[in-house]
Design a protein around this ligand. Structure first.
Ligand code: URA
Length: 273
């Protein structure tokens, strides 16, 4: 793709995600700006810092011992894994979650281990179950576009996983028991990746990791600090809407766009350190 085509793609994406005006949340004093650039300049302006709203982070630590027949087994296996490959092998062999019996594949992760950004979604759907990788269906394509809009690529900059490693039949919502059973593996997956930032995509990932009962509409766009066992520093985590929700509710894309700008800004500031 040449530069002009890429910019046109990006502009189309801005429109698709609900950016219908070139303004931020805060009014701009145009009298203070330098004179406008010559009309021939077609470059798309970078995201305005005016739309970023820093929210004070809130500390969260890994789940306390949870009830559930197989949670203890999951925790022991997770703790024993010292690499992501070992963790994958432990999960793939784990028989404590009934979803494994109906699923075609264990869906562990996609992208690049140890990337600065780790994205956690809900659970594999039909496409993910067939392919064995997270976010490869329609919502995955939207996620890829959202990442591209802030200059990120799943095969270069991001590690992607889910709260559940197996598809719930018929794409039903995960049960509390299924989530509790998979969570020790998820926390270990965060620890072994040691990302600089976690993006919690959607209500299920948000409530499972943060152990908060408020819905995603209340929690989205906020930063939290995750105290991850095995890591010696807290990991900032941002909450946002799930791409499959955005496919059903396109007007919410503009809020998500603001979250992605925050994410971009956080990653840039951490990389400068
Ligand atoms: N939705 C998710 O939360 N995860 C996937 O992998 C696919 C769809």
């Amino acid at each position: 793709m040449n530069g002009t085509t890429e910019l046109a793609e990006l502009l189309r994406w801005y429109v698709a995600i609900g950016v219908d005006e070139a303004i931020g949340d805060t009014a701009i004093d145009r009298f203070a700006l330098p004179p406008p650039a010559p009309a021939a300049v077609t470059e798309v302006a970078p995201p305005s810092p005016a739309v970023r709203r820093p929210t004070p982070p809130i500390a969260i630590s890994a789940s306390p011992p949870a009830a559930g027949a197989h949670v203890g087994d999951a925790r022991k296996l997770a703790e024993a894994a010292t690499t992501l490959d070992e963790l994958y092998a432990a999960i793939d062999a784990f028989e404590g979650c009934a979803l494994r019996k109906t699923a075609t594949h264990t869906v562990f992760a996609d992208g690049i281990p140890h990337s600065p950004l780790m994205i956690i979604g809900e659970a594999p759907g039909a496409d993910e179950d067939r392919v064995g990788k997270p976010f490869v269906g329609r919502s995955g394509h939207l996620l890829d576009k959202m990442l591209a809009a802030i200059g990120l690529d799943r095969q270069r900059d991001v590690y992607i996983s889910n709260i559940l490693f197996w598809r719930p039949p018929g794409n039903r919502k995960p049960t509390d028991d299924e989530i509790a059973t998979c969570l020790p593996f998820v926390w270990r997956q965060i620890a072994l990746n040691a990302p600089q930032v976690v993006l919690l995509s959607g209500g299920t990932a948000t409530s499972a990791i943060l152990r908060r009962s408020e819905g995603i509409t209340k929690l989205r766009g906020k930063w939290f600090e995750l105290s991850v066992p095995g890591l010696d520093r807290p990991v900032p985590a941002l909450t946002t809407y799930h791409p499959s929700f955005l496919l059903r509710a396109p007007p919410r894309k503009s809020e998500t766009w603001r979250d992605f700008l925050e994410l971009q800004s956080k990653l840039e500031s951490l990389q400068k350190k």
